[in-house]
Design a protein around this ligand. Structure first.
Ligand SMILES: Cc1cc2nc3c(=O)[nH]c(=O)nc-3n(C[C@H](O)[C@H](O)[C@H](O)COP(=O)(O)O)c2cc1C
Length: 185
């Protein structure tokens, strides 16, 4: 059983990465294999909008999108994590979401049985960001609503979240709950 986390922050030592690590650590304690894709360390180009890509054997773009998407679509559990940028996910995460249209065009959905959402905002926009992610999950996965778990935290400066005990606890609990769901299924 494994969990794949996708992190959209450009800050490798940022708040979203910190909370995601907390969640994965708890899942790891319960025996799950965990992998984190820090999108800022991968080359994911924007979708080029080939409406006919359903007829292609592969996306014509040669970058890291396929590597990340394959892991995401095969995972037993998934965490989608992003800072809030102008009331939405970051461009890094949005690029990956757009590139997954190739999978949709090939009628493939994520295999995940449980999905976690983590957002970090300075002040506002986590609801709108969560809606973007929930809409995306609806179109790309088959998990029922009760198996979509969410943590929304507030922080501004890099690493600030490390001092927020309740956000850390929520993230750890999210990781534990995803792992428990997977182990029970
Ligand atoms: C380009 C940009 C846009 C942002 N937009 C918002 C926003 O709409 N709402 C908000 O509350 N915070 C916003 N922020 C603040 C970040 O969400 C906040 O700093 C967060 O902690 C960053 O997470 P990270 O450390 O994981 O990168 C923005 C920051 C940047 C750089």
């Amino acid at each position: 059983m494994n969990i794949v986390a996708i992190v959209g922050s450009p800050r490798v030592h940022g708040n979203t990465n910190y909370l995601t690590d907390q969640a994965l650590e708890e899942a790891g304690k319960l025996g799950l294999e965990t992998t984190k894709f820090d999108l800022t360390q991968y080359q994911i180009n924007p979708c080029q909008g080939h409406d006919e890509c359903g007829n292609f054997n592969s996306c014509p773009q040669r970058d890291d999108a396929e590597l990340v998407l394959q892991a995401l679509y095969e995972a037993d559990g998934v965490i989608l994590a992003s800072p809030v940028y102008f009331f939405n996910v970051t461009a890094q995460l949005k690029a990956l979401m757009d590139r997954s249209r190739f999978y949709r065009r090939h009628k493939q959905r994520m295999k995940a049985k449980c999905i976690g959402i983590i957002t970090v905002a300075q002040g506002g926009g986590s609801e709108a960001t969560a809606k973007t992610l929930l809409d995306y999950i609806k179109l790309t996965a088959t998990v029922p609503t009760e198996r979509i778990l969410q943590v929304h935290a507030l922080a501004k400066t890099e690493g600030e979240i490390a001092g927020n005990a309740s956000a850390i606890e929520e993230a750890r609990s999210l990781g534990k709950s995803i792992a428990a769901e997977l182990l029970a299924s």
